[in-house]
Design a protein around this ligand. Structure first.
Ligand code: RM4
Ligand code: MN
Ligand code: MN
Length: 388
């Protein structure tokens, strides 16, 4: 049996970071449907993120995206975050939306464009310093659409060179996380398409470069927990972008499409003691709430991560080990499934009460009236979203 007191302690300390972009309007390439009350600027995104933390107690940091969340004074933004009990988490440079980046950013055939991309990445290192962030989180839309369009090898050289320049600029204590995604927006070749490519670049860079696993960035059927286990062994799992996918990079709520997969991932984390350790695996959400309301969508997602984590913590590791050693396939599998099939909601409700929180975060948020208040308060002036 797992030690319940220890399980609660780990759950109490676990942190799940929410992203600024979850609080702005979002949509598909067909349409962005604005929602009433949505944040109009980074300060209001902080206020919304603070609600998620207020009701879950574990979402104490927020990721920002530059230029979407550009402000004049980043120190002031960090101060505002602190005033509502938050910290600025990962800084996410955006090198995919400007006209110059049509053929890529760090791997663009034009050296002037590569320099421009690099200078934006370096600007983001400064933003991270100014906000007290310790993570620079990189994702590149770079790639090609047609065989022969560009040299795959040359593009890798450029990627390596650009990353090395960024790595060099990292101040002490800051990590660089390199995210991969197998396709989109490029359809033929992507310059960082998989964990192997990210891993290879990170190994070359050094200790403070690690792989970021976005759960929505794999081909259907990929065994993500295997990737997680391999990266953990190598000390190269920097963190997650949690979300759900049914088809491609859907960015739906984590644990909605496949809660069992999330449990299997958390099982590898727990098995490697990567929750208890130094907190070096960053659990971040990367989601967009196109249809559902955003703050409750984030609360639900944080709860889903907690439920998967709780189940993984409940696995009877001694019994599992015994069955595994004895070659008892069904016995070992049953130990895992027993934990997965446990209803952990009462355990989490108790934990919340012990943390002076409402046992039901979604109901408590609904009762708080915050959702109605922002609709009234933010009626005028344009909202933050993909197109701003
Ligand atoms: C990418 C990736 C990045 C996110 C962008 C907008 O697919 O997941 O993390 O910043 O989308
Ligand atoms: Mn992502
Ligand atoms: Mn994505």
């Amino acid at each position: 049996m797992a030690d319940l007191i220890a399980v609660r302690e780990v759950l109490r300390r676990q942190r799940v970071e929410t992203p600024f972009w979850a609080y702005g309007n979002s949509g598909t390439r067909f349409k962005v449907f604005p929602q009433p009350g949505v944040a109009r600027n980074p300060y209001e995104k902080i206020d919304d993120a603070a609600q998620v933390h207020r009701f879950t107690g574990v979402a104490s940091s927020v990721a920002i995206q530059i230029p979407w969340d550009r402000v004049d004074d980043y120190g002031d933004l960090a101060k505002h975050a602190q005033s509502v009990g938050l910290e600025i988490g990962a800084v996410n440079p955006n090198v995919f939306q400007e006209q110059e980046y049509r053929l890529g950013s760090a791997c663009n055939p034009d050296p002037a464009v590569r320099r421009r991309a690099l200078s934006h990445l370096l600007e983001c290192v400064e933003v991270a310093q100014a906000t007290g962030s310790t993570i620079l989180s990189l994702w590149f839309a770079d790639g090609t659409n047609y065989p022969g369009q560009d040299s795959i090898a040359r593009r890798q050289d450029c990627m390596a060179e650009g990353l090395a320049a960024v790595y060099e600029a990292l101040p002490f204590g800051m990590r660089l996380l390199l995210e991969y995604k197998f396709f989109e927006p490029a359809f033929y070749s992507t310059d960082v398409p998989d964990w192997g490519t990210s891993f290879a670049h990170c190994i070359r860079l050094g200790e403070r470069a690690q792989v970021l696993v976005d759960t929505g960035h794999h081909a259907p059927g990929t065994n993500i927990e295997f990737i997680v286990a391999v990266l953990l062994r190598a000390g190269k799992l920097g963190g997650f972008h949690f979300n759900s996918r049914f088809y491609a990079d859907d960015d739906l709520m984590v644990g909605a499409a496949d809660p069992f997969q999330l449990f299997r991932i958390m099982n590898e984390i727990v098995a490697a003691s990567a929750l208890e350790a130094d907190g070096s695996v960053a659990f971040m959400l990367d989601q967009c709430h196109n249809l559902e309301p955003k703050i409750p969508g984030e609360i639900r997602s944080v709860m889903n991560v907690q439920e998967a984590t709780a189940k993984a913590l409940l696995i009877d590791r001694d019994a599992l080990g015994e069955h595994q050693e004895a070659g008892d396939v069904l016995g070992a599998h049953a130990v895992l499934m027993d934990a997965y099939n446990t209803d952990v909601r009462p355990l989490l409700a108790e934990l919340r009460e012990a943390m002076d929180l409402d046992p039901d975060p979604l109901a408590a948020y609904a009762r708080s009236g915050y959702g109605e208040r922002i609709i009234e308060l933010r009626a005028e002036v344009s909202q933050a979203g993909w197109d701003s």
